[in-house]
Design a protein around this ligand. Structure first.
Ligand code: FES
Length: 109
């Protein structure tokens, strides 16, 4: 699952709607890094199936650790949604996170 990217590389994450920022080393995923930084990024399953950790990628690039399309629908993918628990960083990124959001199953009902 790991092994891509430069392990020593540190990328910066900026959350555009709150102004918070933190750093991610190449090895851990975006969600883990946010939690390590003390940010209460919404999450539930942590394995890419609930969609609770989704965020809109505004700038930069991430590597999909699992196919986002299993969880996010086409419209969301077009809007630039990513799953934080299934993303490692390929560059500095800017994201928008709705800290009130719930899992996608709740939305489909
Ligand atoms: S926490 Fe469930 S998809 Fe990321």
């Amino acid at each position: 699952m790991f092994g891509f990217g430069d392990k020593n590389k540190v990328h910066k994450v900026t959350i555009s709607n709150t102004g918070q920022s933190f750093e991610v080393s190449g090895k851990i995923n975006l969600l883990q890094a946010a939690h390590n930084a003390g940010i209460e990024w919404p999450c539930d399953c942590k394995v890419g199936s609930c969609g609770t950790c989704r965020a809109i990628l505004k700038e930069g690039k991430v590597k999909e650790l699992a196919d986002f399309a299993y969880t996010l629908d086409g419209d969301m993918l077009k809007e630039g949604y990513i799953l934080a628990c299934q993303s490692s960083l390929k560059s500095d990124i800017t994201v928008e996170v709705n800290f009130e959001q719930k899992g996608l199953d709740n939305l489909k009902m």
